[in-house]
Design a protein around this ligand. Structure first.
Ligand code: SAM
Length: 338
């Protein structure tokens, strides 16, 4: 079996693929309410996504996370999962998973489970229906809770991803943690990132809640044991001794584990980002479309991986100024599913 190895001897085995830029929610920290989405011709077709991801898997990717936009609003998305499931069956792919807002899970959980998906990350910042409607603008909490219940009923393991927003869900730290313990969901908190100009407007400085503060707050109520659980990504984990729960903390732009980074991100237009904290990307759509043969595509993938940087040292918490989170932080993150 092949492996993709970068210049720093890191095996690149995890591909996050965004299958659409569209979403049925308009979370205020992620999208403006009036979005202009990409014309269809720009997007990779499902067949192209299959070809591209299959080439990555042939080169050694063993984990594939499907994201968006909202992946489950992409028309025909089950066709893509079905295509990827053949790589699970062959043993080339060890894990096929997705990150979703949960709105479509009632419909999709069972078919996804049947295609070999075992775990799903659901983004959910609050258990308060009014607050949920406010932060997502277009979302409705009961629909998401039904989706999560459907996922569990289908046998999927659920991880809740909650963006930590001071003054918004600060008071729900305990209730979210308790709810996840009761329901048997894993829980990870994400530090909010300022994304682009308009998000800078939407995101007020007083919403920035550093995860170290949140962690200290948890430590007032629970005994925290640091876990040596590494995923190659920007997450750290602790165990709450009292409940046995594992809680994750994602500080996306902090220089955490670059030395063990195992991932790259593909946008729905075929751009490959080698590092979450840097703007360099490789266009894979042109070689993909230039020939039905995969030679040019494969060469472009190798060339891109050879450019994967050693790491980023971008702690944007240092860039808080003028009463607003500042900085044009990598707009590509909104196209690569964070
Ligand atoms: N629609 C899917 C979902 O809701 O999970 C997948 C895409 S969404 C962009 C992926 C994750 O990025 C979600 O957990 C979301 O909360 C997170 N996210 C979006 N904007 C963010 C921001 N400004 N800071 C931190 N996390 C953000």
């Amino acid at each position: 079996m092949q492996t993709l190895t970068d210049p720093f001897a890191r095996a690149i085995s995890y591909l996050r693929v965004s299958v659409t830029d569209r979403c049925d929610f308009r979370c205020s920290y992620c999208m403006s309410e009036h979005m202009t989405f990409l014309p269809k011709a720009e997007l990779l077709t499902l067949e192209e996504l299959d070809r591209l991801c299959s080439r990555f898997i042939a080169l050694g990717m063993t984990k594939l996370r499907v994201t968006g936009g909202e992946p489950l609003v992409r028309k025909g998305i089950l066709t893509f999962f079905e295509a990827m499931s053949r790589h699970l069956a062959s043993g080339a792919l060890r894990e096929l998973t997705l990150t979703t807002n949960g709105s479509q899970l009632s419909k999709f959980a069972a078919p996804l489970a049947a295609l070999g998906v075992r775990r799903v990350n659901v983004s959910l910042d609050t258990l308060d229906a009014d607050k949920f409607a406010r932060i997502t603008r277009w979302g409705r909490l009961p629909q998401v809770l039904e989706g999560i219940a459907a996922a569990r009923a289908a046998g999927l393991r659920v991880k809740i991803n909650a963006v930590a927003l001071k003054g918004f869900n600060e008071d729900e730290l305990t209730s979210l943690t308790d709810w996840c313990a009761r329901e048997g969901h894993d829980l990870t908190f994400i530090e909010v990132m300022p994304m682009g100009d308009d998000m800078g407007e939407a995101l007020r400085l007083d919403q920035y809640w550093p995860l170290k503060d949140l962690r200290a707050r948890l430590a007032q109520r629970f005994t925290l044991t640091e876990l040596d659980q590494r995923t190659g990504g920007p997450a750290r984990y602790v165990r709450l001794n009292e409940t046995g729960q594992t809680i994750g903390f994602i500080t996306p732009l902090t220089h955490n584990f670059c030395e063990s980074c195992n991932r790259v991100r593909l946008t729905c237009t075929g751009q490959l980002y080698m590092c979450l904290g840097q703007e360099d990307m490789a266009d894979l759509r042109a070689p993909l479309r230039s020939s039905p043969d995969d030679a040019a595509l494969e060469a472009a993938i190798h060339a891109a991986i050879a450019r994967k940087p050693k790491g980023h040292d971008f702690d944007y918490s240092r860039r808080v100024s003028d009463g607003k989170l500042s900085g044009q932080i990598t707009r590509h993150m909104s196209h690569t599913g964070g």
